[in-house]
Design a protein around this ligand. Structure first.
Ligand code: HEC
Length: 198
């Protein structure tokens, strides 16, 4: 547990230092950014544990169902316990209820443009305060790169029995055809900063 904390906070600290000059409001929002990054790392860690546990125990077909149940449940659990909204989204979502809002779509489009220019999706982050429906909202978006073990369910050559199960669970699935290193999607976190005043 301690090790995990060190491993998740160290990159955040380093990232914070590397981007110290990125934005004028960085100093004020840095604690929020660190919190969001740590929650995203927590979500990633719990997803990975569920997914690789199920893959090893019962194979990808069973892991599909685990992912179907566990991914939204972990996001809901983290959101409840933290007071943030914690989720994943994608320009090509599998779960239609994970479709992006306008803000997320714009951030992902800008990430895609940077990746097309040769930047790596790994570690790509956007963090800022925006005005949203009369509230000040802190929004944090972090790219999720496609690793080789993601291709089984998100690649261009998904096995027919998996493909069939995927379309049963997700009739509108758009999340195949990804290649190694592509941005599969993003973690998206938000927190209303002036909730108490309204
Ligand atoms: C066993 C099959 C399987 C594997 C392997 C897998 N995924 Fe998924 N993925 C799914 C399923 C099923 C969903 C939909 C979950 C839900 O209902 O929210 C999903 C959803 C997602 C989403 C949320 C947005 C969306 O499209 O709905 C992201 C992001 C994502 N996967 C990334 C990855 C990454 C990165 C990897 C590799 C580390 C990976 N997945 C490996 C099955 C898989």
């Amino acid at each position: 547990m301690l090790e995990r904390t060190i491993f998740t906070t160290l990159p955040i600290l380093l990232f914070g230092l590397a981007c110290a000059s990125a934005r004028a409001d960085d100093a004020a929002t840095r604690p929020l950014q660190a919190q969001a990054a740590s929650l995203a790392a927590d979500y990633a860690g719990r997803l990975k544990a569920e997914l690789s546990g199920a893959m090893e125990a019962d194979g990808p077909l069973a892991a599909l169902s685990v992912c179907h149940e566990a991914a939204p449940a972990i996001a809901a659990d983290l959101s409840r316990s933290s007071g943030w909204s914690v989720a994943r989204t994608s320009l090509k979502p599998r779960n239609a209820s994970s479709a992006p809002d306008e803000y997320e779509r714009a951030v992902m489009n800008s990430f895609s443009a940077r990746i097309a220019n040769g930047e790596s999706a790994a570690g790509m982050v956007s963090a800022e305060v925006v005005e949203q429906k009369g509230h000040r909202v802190f929004r944090f978006v972090k790219a999720i790169p496609t690793a080789s073990n993601c291709l089984i369910c998100h690649g261009g050559d998904v096995k027919p029995e998996l493909k069939q199960k995927i379309s049963e669970l997700y009739p509108d699935d758009r999340a195949t055809g990804f290649k190694l290193g592509d941005m599969r999607g993003v973690f998206t976190l938000q927190k209303i900063l002036d909730a108490d005043q309204k």
